[in-house]
Design a binder for this molecule. Structure first.
Ligand SMILES: Nc1ncnc2c1ncn2[C@@H]1O[C@H](COP(=O)(O)OP(=O)(O)OP(=O)(O)O)[C@@H](O)[C@H]1O
Ligand SMILES: [Mg+2]
Length: 500
């Protein structure tokens, strides 16, 4: 058992703090609020034991304790190597300690070297700030080391073998720092091979909130105020929300908009993973892990590594287009949600995942104009979308008394489906609105032109239907062959565009 509060030794007496190239070490207990809640009175004992171990390591490596606040240590070292060895000793001794109440005390550590001059019994300046930020980016049990520290250690040629390795994790942006920082993860015997926090080691990734993996927004988002509110509400109340609806009805776009809006509520942000290009269900977990910057650990199934990383995060995972890898996506969701308390999943899928607690939001088509009273037609979502995209395709397009009625009729014929409306609008320059309306008899051929650059399954309505068709079982395909209306008002009850 670690020492109790009363056994806590006094601080090591102060020696003169080093100047010049100083290596700073910050340590911080991960999830200390959770520990306080779980241990109550015994937390003081844990804190004192932790302080004793950290102080012993600092002293043994010729370090200087600059400041200690709560569960955070700030130490300075004249030698970069000693600083890293101290961090290693801290992790090893914490891992070997027997904590009261079976508590798990995991400490994140950041190490950084910079030019510094001691003043007033401490240090100020950018190097200290950087070291603190690097510590904040680390996971519990992990030591992250900056490039200047790593370079100094490599330059120190004399002395015994290092006994540790520094694994290059690439560059990333840390909060409040203007330039990206190259970080190295400490690896050594006795040190748990802690998987990095999601995205932490992904190039350019940020460990602090925000949205990740979302496509750049090139077109305006129209309407959907009600659905946006409802999906956000479902995400607040439940941990798995599925947006469903026919192909091209706007599931992905809505999910991305909602995720962008609520990302700030998640300390580790919102991450979007596109599953549409994943052909092999066996690759779903690996694709999600790769998108989150979680690296494979030898001998551990990737889903397990992912669960361990996400268990320490507060994150929104957006799984886009699950329908063709339904079983694998469902299994991954169920496993992750069971293992990770602060994880929420927003999925888009035409089919149910059938995971416990799954809340469904069925997305209706865009609001249509009232064809009997066109006074307010321009504000109907479907008309607004057509007008926006038509203006992009043809700078001369105007929605007025002449084009308005035809646009209203056109979007009604397209059942208010955003994909169909966009495809039609893309051809307005060539055909004009009246021409588009005339040619609607052959909807598939009409909507196959234009110069949009969407994913392959959205290049035309025929391609969208083909994607849906591929998702059907054999019997359902036979049924489809007898259907005359594969888009919109389906005549086949099992048509997946209406299944949910
Ligand atoms: N409310 C909206 N405002 C603007 N554009 C929209 C809106 N809803 C959908 N779109 C556009 O319509 C097209 C189809 O939408 P989306 O890709 O979200 O459909 P989907 O339901 O996810 O389709 P699939 O089932 O094939 O994945 C996209 O180009 C999208 O940007
Ligand atoms: Mg989609």
């Amino acid at each position: 058992m670690v020492a109790g509060a009363r056994d806590e030794p006094a601080r090591v007496p102060r020696r003169a703090l080093p100047g010049g190239a100083v290596t700073f070490v910050f340590t911080d207990i991960e999830g200390s609020t959770r520990l306080v809640k779980a241990l109550r009175d015994r937390y003081a004992q844990v804190l004192a034991g932790h302080r004793r171990l950290v102080r012993a390591a600092i002293a043994a490596h010729d370090g200087h304790e600059v400041d200690t606040q709560g569960d955070t240590f700030f130490a300075a070292f004249a030698s970069a190597r000693q600083a890293v060895l101290c961090a290693l000793a801290v992790q090893r001794s914490l891992a070997g300690a027997d904590w009261p109440g079976g508590a798990q005390v995991r400490v994140r550590i950041g190490v950084h070297t910079g030019q510094a001059t001691p003043a007033g019994g401490g240090y100020t300046g950018l190097a200290v700030h950087r070291a603190a930020r690097i510590c904040a980016a680390a996971a519990g049990g992990q030591v992250l080391v900056s490039q200047p520290t790593r370079d100094l250690i490599e330059d120190e040629e004399e002395g015994p073998g290092l006994g540790f390795a520094l694994i290059d994790g690439g560059e990333h942006r840390l909060k409040d720092l203007d330039r990206p920082v190259r970080l190295f993860q400490l690896a050594a015997a006795g040190l748990e091979p802690t998987p990095p926090r999601a995205g932490q080691l992904a190039a350019g990734g940020s460990a602090a909130g925000g949205v990740h993996g979302f496509p750049a927004v090139l077109t305006s988002f129209i309407g959907r105020a009600g659905p946006g509110r409802e999906v956000a509400g479902l995400l607040e109340r439940g941990r798995l929300v599925r947006v469903t609806g026919p192909g091209g009805s706007g599931k992905t776009r809505l999910a991305a908009e909602v995720a962008r809006r609520v990302a700030g509520r998640f300390a580790d942000g919102a991450w979007l993973v596109e599953l549409a290009p994943v052909a092999d269900p066996g690759q779903v977990a690996a694709v999600v892990a790769a998108a989150l910057g979680v690296r494979d650990q030898p001998g551990v199934p990737i889903a397990g590594t992912l669960a361990r990383v996400l268990a320490r995060q507060q994150l929104l995972l957006v799984l886009d287009n699950c329908e063709h890898v339904l079983g694998a996506a469902a299994e991954l969701c169920a496993g992750l949600l069971a293992a990770c308390d602060d994880l929420r999943v927003l999925a888009t899928s035409r089919e149910p995942l059938a995971v416990d607690g799954e809340a469904r939001y069925r997305l209706a088509p865009l609001a249509l104009p009232d064809l009997e009273d066109l006074a307010h037609a321009a504000t109907a979502e479907a008309v607004a979308l057509f007008a926006d995209r038509a203006r992009a395709a043809d700078a001369g397009f105007v929605l007025d008394g002449q084009t308005g009625p035809a646009v209203a009729a056109l979007v009604a014929r397209l059942d208010g489906m955003p994909l169909a409306i966009e495809l039609a609008a893309a051809r307005v320059e060539v055909l004009g609105v009246a021409g588009l309306l005339d040619r609607l008899e052959d909807r598939f051929a009409l909507l196959a032109g234009g110069n949009r650059a969407p994913p392959p399954r959205h290049r035309s309505l025929a391609a969208t239907v083909d994607w849906s068709y591929q998702l059907l079982a054999e019997g359902e395909r036979t049924c489809m062959k007898g259907s005359r209306s594969p888009f919109g008002r389906a005549t086949c009850r099992t048509w997946p565009a209406t299944a949910c």
